[in-house]
Ligand binder design. Structure first.
Ligand SMILES: Cc1cc2nc3c(=O)[nH]c(=O)nc-3n(C[C@H](O)[C@H](O)[C@H](O)COP(=O)(O)O)c2cc1C
Length: 447
């Protein structure tokens, strides 16, 4: 069968444009109105997307409060309260959300995702992030962890979660009323994990997932992030400034997988694509211009600083070049991508800030008609820069409607996207096999 792309929708309350809430077509109070989220999820499912994704962080963004007050982003639900509610109003679509490996515990994360995987019929994925926001640290402990330490903890965190998900055999629960035996003791295994960061005896108190295990997602693009993804991830959200960078990232990440005994096809790389779709090229340009005019300059600079890993840009000339040599202990991927964008397009700091605010934070930004956008997606998909895309509409709900009703049919016409779901679980949608029990988990009776 011809290779088809996977599509995930990255949902934020009013859209991915930093001033989307001000757009006349965007209804207010979207963040806390469940009916609104339910409509978005159902739009995604009607379009037969693979999954929807909800972001998370345990702090408001690392942006000054005056700038923050010009956005709708200071408040957002815990995605693991919203996602279960969305599971009830959908039937097929995959449900992905973030939980941090830096500020949570493997047992809790494993249990939450596995529980929801049962309740949703095997549609869940966990985006394991080390966290980009330095403000998270102050809500838990005094000093932020170093980037390398966060990844060392994440690696062990993921291993413990995987082993917990493998606690039970799928046929452990015999539920034999005659003999009085509910489950076979040989079907459950403890962990007795004692590591550098975690001690966890196990087993998990939830049966094996209907899809074997929830799907593992990773979204860090540093070397450590790519190694972690190569070892454990089945879907990766990537940031791609341009086609060449995307192709390099794709080849690099997939080439790391054999070292961990993994087939590169068992990982789906899904770069973000920030979209403004028009019925004509002019309509898309007009929408872009309307949104750009809504951006407050101070807010744009503050968001650029946060995207560059917390840099204070006030000492630099806004009309001068983007400073090189910035370093960060926060996420490194956005920093590298933004500097690359500024250099290749010769943008001043001010222009880059405008571009970031109006263009998706270094994610690949496209605008135009459905066929123009489909052309570009096809090029990256067939050119092995992507296995699919994480759709980031500029505004919601309109931008998602436009993508689903204009671009998705165009992709279908080209045979690049499914017309129907062929299975029920997220693994089915992604073409991932039911996973074997982890080999690094020797059978052991619980005493
Ligand atoms: C599409 C996408 C979604 C992400 N979602 C989150 C998130 O919900 N919470 C978070 O703290 N970081 C999120 N990240 C950031 C990364 O997962 C990662 O923590 C960050 O990039 C730092 O790691 P790095 O230096 O390896 O890139 C996301 C990144 C991408 C590309």
């Amino acid at each position: 069968m011809t290779r088809q792309m996977h599509l995930c929708a990255f949902l934020m309350a009013t859209g991915h444009h930093v001033a989307s809430w001000r757009h006349p077509d965007v209804p207010l109070e979207n963040g806390t109105n469940f009916g609104y989220w339910a409509d978005l999820a159902q739009t995604c499912e009607r379009a037969k997307l693979d999954a929807l994704f909800l972001y998370d962080g345990a702090a408001i963004s690392n942006v000054d409060i005056e700038s923050m007050s010009r956005t709708d982003r200071a408040t957002f639900f815990d995605p693991m309260t919203l996602l279960p509610a969305l599971a009830v109003v959908t039937d097929r679509i995959g449900l992905v959300s973030t939980s941090s490996t830096s500020y949570d515990q493997p047992y809790y994360v494993a249990r939450r995702y596995l529980s929801l995987d049962h309740l949703s019929g095997g549609r869940v994925a966990w985006n394991m992030v080390t966290g980009v926001n330095p403000r998270e640290a102050v809500n838990f402990r005094a000093a932020p962890m170093l980037h390398a330490d966060r990844y060392a903890r994440a690696k062990e965190f993921g291993q413990v979660v995987l082993k917990l998900w493998d606690s039970w055999d799928e046929d452990a629960f015999v539920m034999d009323k005659d003999s009085g035996r509910f489950f076979e003791t040989s079907g459950v295994q403890a962990l007795d994990h004692v590591g550098e960061h975690f001690t966890c005896a196990g087993p998990m108190c939830v049966p094996r997932s209907p899809q074997g295990r929830p799907v593992m997602v990773q979204a860090g693009g540093s070397d450590a992030g790519k190694d972690l993804a190569a070892e454990t991830a089945e879907m990766v959200y990537a940031v791609q400034a341009d086609f060449e960078a995307g192709r390099d990232f794709y080849a690099d990440l997939k080439s790391r997988m054999p070292k961990y005994g993994r087939d590169p096809d068992t990982l789906k790389i899904m770069p973000g694509i920030y979209t403004i779709v028009g019925r004509s090229e002019q309509e898309a340009e007009d929408k872009y211009g309307e949104l750009r005019d809504l951006v407050d300059e101070r807010m744009a600079m503050a968001f650029l600083g946060a995207t560059l890993g917390g840099a204070d840009l006030s000492a630099y000339d806004p009309d001068g070049p983007v400073p090189t040599g910035l370093t960060t202990n926060a996420g490194t991927t956005h920093l590298k991508t933004m500097v690359r964008i500024a250099q290749t397009r010769n943008l001043s700091l001010r222009e880059l800030a405008q571009d970031v605010a109006a263009g998706g934070y270094g994610h690949w930004a496209v605008r135009g008609t459905a066929s123009q956008i489909a052309d570009q997606m096809q090029e990256r998909f067939e050119g092995r820069a992507a296995d699919g895309f994480n759709i980031m509409p500029a505004t919601l709900p309109g931008g998602l409607d436009d993508f689903c009703t204009l671009v998705v049919p165009e992709l279908r016409r080209r045979g690049l996207f499914r017309t129907e779901y062929s299975g029920r679980t997220l693994r089915d949608h992604l073409g991932l096999a039911y996973p074997e029990r982890s080999v690094a988990h020797p059978p052991k009776l619980v005493s």
